[in-house]
Design a protein. Structure first.
Length: 99
């Protein structure tokens, strides 16, 4: 991620991408795979998803809630659960890089 470039979301602003990355990394670390993300954190994830290159496809017919799921190599990632029950993972790093 480039240094010094600000990130502006609907819900908050960060002076640089690294600050945004740290914020969402810390958020992800508060949860374990299978946990539902709190409503307070979900507001920021929804705003972050606005910056995903495929946000319309990711959102589908609407998001019911966010969860954390297991990812490759023993890591975890955010996952959105659509209103129809289908799930889609997304990278907060990708979203920040596109902001």
């Amino acid at each position: 991620m480039a240094r010094g470039k600000p990130v502006t979301l609907r819900t908050m602003e960060f002076a640089k991408r690294g600050d945004a990355g740290n914020f969402f990394k810390e958020m992800l670390g508060r949860y374990r795979p299978g946990d539902r993300v709190s409503d307070g954190d979900s507001i920021h994830l929804d705003a972050l998803l606005d910056h995903h290159a495929d946000q319309l496809q990711k959102r589908g017919e609407g998001i019911d809630h966010f969860e954390v799921m297991s990812a490759d190599y023993g890591t975890q990632c955010f996952c959105l659960v659509r209103k129809n029950g289908s799930r889609e993972d997304f990278s907060y790093v990708h979203c920040i890089a596109n902001s």
